[in-house]
Design a protein around this ligand. Structure first.
Ligand code: MF3
Ligand code: CO
Length: 278
């Protein structure tokens, strides 16, 4: 371990159960935002809906005010990769929209993102569909690697192996932004790379909670942050997708804290059976 590496916060099962409560509220709110994301709706309206649902459920937002961030979700459209600020922009059919949100219950954080293509199947570019689907499955491969692996670095291996094995033009895995530990804060040690690295990182062991969040692009890996100091776009204007779940390791196995079934349905084909926290 490097000198000065920030310490990892290991959680008890009871603490992870509260994170799961936060994650379930987050999942419900994200589902509602996905359902509302149709042509003509503004990203600001989606933010207002999400904020209302969190409040109704008794949760607070970890995004709002984070380093001055002005929203409760990030809405990143097309060439915007992450941290797009909700506002007056009206969604159009065929837009690739990544929605990233978080919640806090009793001080315990959750963080999750999903990508949708506005207007449904008839509006989508097949290459955008592939972009989102590969990013989503890459996230699940990363989660499966977390269940089976020994080191945090195994997650990036699982993600990159999957992306490499896709037929057709290889999608790019962004390197400028990575996943992270999560618990009493949204962003904690350790970093979770979405690609292979010789640095294996810390051991995967009980009490570790990680946000796994691959960001894939149809073009090059270079990104630019816009004048608003938040919105990250691809330098070449190619479209991006982003999927994220918060995942716990406990003494019995793993549990996806931001999925109602703990990830069971998407992990079954990968031979991984998530184990409930209680
Ligand atoms: N939740 C994002 C991530 O996945 C970070 C959002 S930062 C905010 O790590 F300021 F926009 F909230
Ligand atoms: Co995150």
């Amino acid at each position: 371990m490097a000198f000065g590496a920030p310490r990892i916060e290991y959680k008890s099962k009871a603490q992870m159960a509260v994170m799961h409560q936060s994650g379930l509220i987050l999942d419900e709110a994200l589902k509602a935002v996905v359902a509302a994301a149709s042509p003509g709706v503004t990203t600001g309206e989606l933010d207002a809906l999400f904020a209302e649902l969190l409040a109704k459920a008794g949760a607070t937002s970890n995004f709002l005010g984070y380093h001055g961030y002005p929203g409760t979700i990030c809405t990143s459209v097309n060439e915007e990769v992450v941290h797009g600020i909700p506002g007056p922009r009206r969604l159009a059919a065929g837009d690739v929209l990544s929605i990233d949100g978080g919640a806090i219950i009793d001080g315990w954080h959750s963080d999750s993102a999903r990508t949708v293509i506005v207007g449904g199947p008839s509006a989508e570019d097949p290459e955008d569909r592939r972009l989102s689907d590969v990013t989503e499955e890459a996230m699940w491969r990363g989660i499966a690697a977390m269940a089976r692996g020994k080191y945090v670095g195994d997650i990036g291996d699982g993600i990159e192996d999957y992306v490499d094995a896709r037929p057709g033009k290889r999608l790019g895995i962004l390197e400028d932004y990575v996943g992270h530990g999560i618990g009493t804060a949204m962003h904690m040690a350790p970093d979770v790379l979405n690609y292979r690295s010789k640095h294996r990182g810390p051991k995967l062991k009980a009490g570790l909670c990680l946000a796994i969040e691959p960001m894939l692009v149809r073009g090059g890996l270079d990104t630019i942050t816009l004048e608003d100091d938040w919105t990250v776009v691809t330098a070449d204007g190619a479209r991006a997708a982003h999927w994220e779940h918060s995942v716990a390791v406990h003494d019995g196995g793993i549990w996806v804290l931001t999925a109602p079934d703990g990830g069971a349905s998407r992990l079954a084909p990968l031979g991984v059976v998530p184990v409930p926290l209680s």
